[in-house]
Design a protein around this ligand. Structure first.
Ligand code: ARG
Length: 311
């Protein structure tokens, strides 16, 4: 029995309970089974064995439940560390004046964190380092306009889709390029590790210029260093609408339909479940629609619950 209690002690310590709580639990366990110095030996030996066995089963159940959720939603003490690449307007960017992160994804994450009763801490990193950072546990979640793809889904878990996107070709107003086929042999600027980069690499004879940050690819077109940019449609549309001076236009690439999902480490299905529950709730009570309206002035479309393969 003493040995069992010592093991419980270690287990409780492992679960991260404070010293006071630990001692309180152990002391009471000992008192109930009559093993403490002060407690009177009221029970017969047979009854003590029954009680001890019951306690062992019950306490292990409780402790297992407590420990099991330590990396998931119930772990409300630790802030949720969210990685993003804040160069993707209007999903995530740094406000010039306040230096605060702003955008659709930022609002979404803050709303989800409220559902999880957790604080959020954002880490602004390069886009292609997000998936590795999840797997090394430098971040808990990536919120970065990340398209759910079968290749990525082999490395990380995804939440259910929260945004419907597509690809676009951005060119100068006076460009002769009219469609994807005409990008053959051209110089194309993209963000490193993005779905735009994957698509660009499939274009025959194209010279692909890859940038760490999405806004650098957009600037390359503006400065005449590229014939086109391959980027997500909402980002292209937002840029062109807000930068009339750069004389650019957007050609939607009709063959693509992409869904954004929040990425989570493979070994953290608890967080995936909690985020999905929050998203379901936000879809039901209109909160997601409110955030969609705020940034895109349209209602959120119906989105699949399971992640689909991007086409
Ligand atoms: N949707 C694209 C992808 O998943 C581009 C995402 C870029 N995001 C960013 N925050 N820079 O590859």
């Amino acid at each position: 029995m003493q040995e069992y209690l010592q093991n419980v002690h270690k287990y409780v310590a492992f679960c991260g309970l404070g010293r006071y709580n630990r001692e309180y639990i152990i002391e009471n366990l000992m008192r109930v089974v009559g093993l403490d110095r002060k407690g009177s030996m009221k029970f017969t030996k047979k009854w003590k064995t029954y009680i001890a066995t019951g306690l062992i089963i019950a306490s292990f159940g409780m402790l297992a439940a407590g420990c099991g959720s330590s990396s998931g939603s119930a772990d409300t003490d630790k802030p949720l560390i969210v990685g993003t690449n804040a160069t993707f307007v209007p999903f995530e960017s740094k406000d010039d004046k306040t230096q605060q992160l702003t955008g659709f994804d930022i609002d979404m994450v803050n709303a989800i964190a409220q559902h999880l009763h957790r604080k959020v801490e954002f880490k602004n990193v390069t886009f292609d380092s997000l998936i590795p950072s999840l797997n090394t546990h430098d971040i808990d979640m990536a919120a970065s306009g990340m398209t759910i793809t079968p290749e990525r889904a082999q490395k990380v878990l995804f939440s259910m889709p929260y945004y419907q996107s597509g690809m676009a070709i951005m060119v100068k107003d006076n460009s002769p390029i009219k469609n994807y086929e005409e990008l053959a042999g051209k110089t194309i600027a993209v963000q490193l590790g993005s779905t735009g980069a994957t698509l660009a690499h499939k274009i025959p004879g194209a010279q692909v210029k890859e940038f760490n940050h999405s806004n650098e690819a957009l600037l390359e077109l503006q400065n005449g260093g590229a014939d086109a940019v391959l980027v997500d449609l909402p980002v292209a549309q937002y840029y062109v609408a807000h930068h009339k001076e750069s004389h650019e236009k957007v050609i939607p690439y009709a063959n693509t339909k992409e869904y954004f999902g929040f990425a989570i480490a493979k070994n953290n299905p608890e967080l995936q479940k909690a985020v999905n529950e929050a998203l379901t709730e936000m879809k039901k009570d209109g909160e997601l629609n409110k955030i969609y309206q705020k940034w895109f002035h349209v209602d959120a479309p119906d989105m699949p619950i399971q992640w689909p393969e991007s086409k």
